[in-house]
Write a protein that binds this ligand. Structure first.
Ligand code: RIB
Length: 300
């Protein structure tokens, strides 16, 4: 079975649906609330796990109810945890505002114990990473840990994916560790300075990423799909009414990583990621919205 190793964060998502965001000093009445599993790395692990590949998740948790939620979520999704438990900290949480009309979101995340993931945690998992087919990480945990994981994977010739979310300026040379990068439009602008409004902009941004050392840049374009360097747009899948887009990027990355680990081509893997995301946006929540392999195969 192909193997995806994920370095990332679990947090409990506290999601509020309301007509609009309050302004500072104001209280608005919300329409609904839900609590569920989230965190970009964990969501990507759940997505890949439900698609049936072997998934290992490297992270840190507190010893508390949200930590137990992480363990239960991974167990039911076929994800094997490689976790440091940090009794002096807590498992993090995310505030998610979902705009009722559009389904668009705004997020604040406090990673808690996962903010202490260190390069030493990655050194401990060196063999696990070096024997994977794909290593993927995001930027919710410290940059030094992401760098160490990418270095271990790259030197073992394991395919590396960086989902640079949330976007932050990266040190020189960091992107040479990435076989693939999967930013959305705003993350692309933060990293390259190129504002992406059109496919021509995406092409220019991809060229910039190449200059910065990325092997294969992919820019996700929301409802349009994803732009692959030297190919162009790969269309999204529209399979029903859009309910919530919060987990869409993670669904794409989990689906892309799973397909890539099975030896599919970059193009096929992006298409698989788009199909995974296309289903997830028709459902509520982040991790709970991830589809099974059968559901994805059906729409491909
Ligand atoms: O990508 C969506 C995720 O970002 C949410 O689950 C939230 O926890 C934040 O990490």
């Amino acid at each position: 079975m192909s193997h995806v190793v994920i370095l990332g964060v679990f947090v409990a998502d506290t999601a509020y649906r309301a007509d609009r965001m309050p302004v500072m000093g104001e209280t608005v009445l919300g329409n609904s609330f839900s609590l569920g599993p989230g965190g970009k790395g964990s969501n990507q692990a759940v997505a890949a796990g439900r698609l049936g590949v072997k998934v290992s998740m490297i992270s840190r948790l507190g010893k508390d109810d949200f930590g137990q939620m992480a363990i239960d979520t991974w167990k039911s999704s076929g994800v094997t945890p490689y976790i440091e438990e940090d009794v002096s900290s807590y498992t993090g949480a995310a505030f998610i505002f979902i705009e009722e009309n559009s389904g668009d979101n705004a997020i604040i995340i406090s990673p808690g114990a996962a903010a202490n993931i260190s390069p030493i945690d990655l050194e401990k998992r060196k063999d696990l990473i070096a024997n994977a087919d794909v290593f993927i990480t995001q930027l919710e945990q410290p940059l030094a840990a992401a760098k160490k994981g990418l270095e271990i994977a790259k030197s073992a010739k394991v395919k590396t994916i960086l989902n640079p979310a949330p976007a932050t300026k990266l040190p020189d040379g960091f992107l040479t560790l990435c076989d693939f990068i999967t930013p959305n439009e705003t993350e692309t602008e933060t990293l390259t300075g190129v504002k992406v409004s059109t496919l021509d902009d995406a092409k220019i941004a991809c060229e910039k990423f190449k200059e910065m050392g990325v092997e294969t840049p992919i820019i996700t374009l929301g409802e349009k799909g994803a732009y692959l360097h030297e190919h162009g747009l790969i269309q999204s899948y529209k399979v029903g009414q859009v309910l919530e887009t919060t987990g869409a990027g993670d669904a794409f990355n989990g689906g892309f990583a799973a397909a890539l680990s099975e030896g599919r081509s970059t193009l096929e893997s992006i298409n698989f990621g788009c199909a995974t995301a296309g289903i997830s946006v028709t459902r509520a929540g982040t991790a709970p919205s991830m589809p099974t392999r059968d559901e994805v195969e059906k729409i491909l």
